[in-house]
Design a protein around this ligand. Structure first.
Ligand code: PLP
Length: 412
């Protein structure tokens, strides 16, 4: 009995495992034997603080996070965190380089899609007069039509600053379906070595590399995790309900923001300071208790299923078989893939259904078979299939069977 639930291919908030939701129902009434529901329990209770500790431990184990990095839980999502990271890393830069001019204080943005573009725009707002926001590379220049985000640009085109306050990229572009490749040998992998050679040349400080993992967190191991300064992710795709963000922050980025402000950095609200959060074990103020709880249940399930290598294998198979059927439709002139070969996302598969009225026919047909959430983002149109961890292989097979049938009907 699945309680009348459909298969939800939506991009976020997105599907959660049924077993987790059933467990969460129990927790809503009685959390951890306290006799108090999870939405009612004090975040300072020993049961909840123990739960938070376990959440952080599980993330550390699943992703193999080294002791150089802290794991922090905070409120909000990706939008909050691409703003917060600017304030904290500007403070760090000010402490390292107290006399740097606004021209010498550079923030480097790799722009491969809508979210990294938005992050760069927000950084420009927040740092006006204090720093210079640079575009390391804009993927639209290398696109098929000269204006879409459909690729990870060639490594030689990435132009990093010598001593940046931060370097930001978005690992998986949820709207556009563009993702950095996981395989280090791929031309679509992030150019870590090129970055470390350029940005590391400025005098020994660790490179402040920041990654938005909102829509690819915990779908597979994170390449070169230890080379990152900050990794952030909203929870509402692979991990749990909205309202919670996960941070993985290297120790040198946890700085005294007030000391930096005395040297001329913009003031940082304490609630947004990594140090404040870290000093209070992610419990400086009331956290998103329920979201943390559900995320914790998902993490336990992930551990029990065999960890990230298991999810990586399943997610790879899911994506490969879906791209294969899209390719088949492309040969027949029925579908068109949006993203260039090698840069395709495992998590958000974006394509078009060609022909007048065909896209609506596709969406309606899928809905009749109990599959929803397939409409592409309004800015790019088309179809978007989100294949987050909670989507099972048989569910993808069901979509593929529908697509195969759709192709047969359309070509006859
Ligand atoms: N970054 C990425 C990659 C996203 O997919 C999203 C949301 O879809 C965001 C940032 C913004 O997240 P939020 O809506 O949680 O602020």
């Amino acid at each position: 009995d699945n309680h009348g639930r459909v298969i939800n291919f939506g991009a976020g908030p997105s599907a959660l495992p049924l077993s987790v939701l059933e467990e969460a129902q129990k927790g809503l009434l009685n959390f951890s034997g306290t006799g108090i529901g999870i939405a009612e329990v004090s975040h300072r209770s020993k049961e909840f603080t123990a739960f938070v500790d376990q959440v952080e431990k599980n993330i550390r184990t699943l992703l193999d996070v080294p002791p150089t990095h802290r794991i922090l839980l905070t409120q909000g999502g990706g939008t909050a965190q691409f703003s917060v990271v600017v304030l904290n890393l500007l403070a760090r830069h000010r402490l390292l380089h107290p006399t740097a001019t606004p021209e010498e204080t550079t923030l480097d943005y790799v722009v491969t899609g809508s979210w990294s573009k938005k992050a760069a725009e927000e950084a420009r707002r927040l740092t006006a007069g204090h720093a210079t926001v640079r575009t390391v590379v804009d993927a639209r220049v290398y696109s098929k039509d000269g204006q879409s985000f459909d690729n990870v640009p060639p490594h030689a085109e990435f132009r990093f600053s010598a001593r940046p306050a931060l370097v930001h990229y978005c690992e998986n572009e949820t709207v556009d379906g563009v993702e950095f490749a996981h395989d280090a040998q791929s031309p679509a992998a992030f150019p870590f070595d090129r970055l470390l050679e350029t940005a590391g040349a400025g005098g020994g400080a660790l490179v402040p590399l920041v990654a938005d993992y909102s829509s690819s967190f915990l779908c597979r191991p994170i390449p070169r995790l230890a080379d990152h300064a900050v990794i952030y992710a909203g929870a509402q795709k692979n991990l749990g309900p909205a309202g919670l963000a996960i941070l993985i922050v290297r120790e040198d980025c946890i700085v005294d923001v007030d000391a930096a402000a005395r040297l001329g950095a913009p003031p940082v609200p304490l609630i947004l300071s990594y140090k404040q959060l870290a000093d209070h074990g992610s419990l400086y103020n009331t956290p998103s208790v329920f979201a943390i709880y559900v995320a914790g249940l998902v993490l336990e399930r992930m551990k029990a299923s065999g960890g990230l290598l298991y999810y990586e294998a399943v997610n790879k198979r899911k994506a490969q078989k879906l791209y294969a059927v899209i390719h088949e439709g492309e040969q027949k002139g029925l579908f068109r893939r949006k993203v260039q070969q090698g840069s395709e996302s495992w998590m958000n598969v974006v394509f078009e259904v060609l022909g007048e009225g065909s896209e609506n026919k596709f969406l309606e047909g899928a809905e009749q078979e109990g599959m929803k959430g397939l409409k592409g983002h309004r800015s790019v149109g088309g179809i978007r299939v989100s294949l987050y961890n909670a989507i099972t292989e048989p569910e993808v097979d069901k979509l593929i069977a529908f697509m195969t049938h759709f192709m047969k009907e359309s070509s006859s």
